[in-house]
Design a protein around this ligand. Structure first.
Ligand SMILES: [Zn+2]
Length: 203
């Protein structure tokens, strides 16, 4: 089961710590909050290691991105494919948020205990972990509580405001309509809205 409550609070903590809370969320600001995490493009990684982008895709087992984890030093390195053909702007942002989701949910730590990846490149295939990382990415990039304030009324608004791909925006908009139908305002929602307004006023 996805730990929605836990993940909602992780996103709130990040919003609280961000110097500026504006959308699309600046992923560089989010990386900076995770002190034991660095980020590098596939392109730079290939250059440093004298290998091809194809090699990096093979190591990561992904065309879009992956995370390397060193359990001894407790350090993360997120690798992201910045090629526009393999991974457009919206998808790059989603991949980054998804990988940060795995880190924040401590999926690598759990897997390291099982010594799953000898080379430190964790190919996470556990469907529950994947669902949690996607839930984190969706909530971080496009939080439902702010849809009204940000006047999100269509898939197009969603895509433009939050900087996600049209495919992701379609899915998210459907989820939003469903969410709106049967929910009551929670403390978490109020905190997200208050955080957004407070940061907006302090600009
Ligand atoms: Zn994943």
């Amino acid at each position: 089961m996805i730990r929605k409550h836990f993940i909602n609070n992780l996103v709130l903590q990040i919003y609280e710590q961000l110097p500026i809370l504006q959308f699309p969320i600046r992923m560089n600001d989010v990386y900076k909050l995770i002190l034991n995490c660095k980020y590098m493009s596939y392109q730079k990684f290939a250059y440093i290691n004298h290998c091809s982008i194809g090699d990096v895709i093979a190591i990561c087992n992904s065309k879009s991105g992956c995370t390397h984890y060193d359990p001894n030093k407790n350090r993360y390195l997120i690798l992201l494919n910045l090629s526009k053909t393999d991974n457009n702007y919206g998808r790059q942002r989603w991949t980054a948020a998804h990988e940060i989701g795995h880190i924040q949910c401590k999926h690598h730590l759990i897997m390291a205990l099982d010594k799953i990846a000898e080379n430190g490149f964790y190919q996470i295939t556990n469907p529950e972990y994947e669902a949690e990382a996607d839930y984190f990415a969706a909530t971080l990039l496009a939080p439902f509580p702010l849809f009204e304030i940000l006047q999100i009324k269509s898939v197009f608004d969603l895509q433009n405001t939050f900087g996600i791909s049209s495919e992701a925006a379609c899915v998210r908009y459907k989820e939003y309509l469903q969410w709106k139908k049967n929910h009551r305002k929670t403390a978490w929602e109020r905190k997200i809205i208050n955080c957004y307004k407070r940061k907006l006023n302090s600009l």
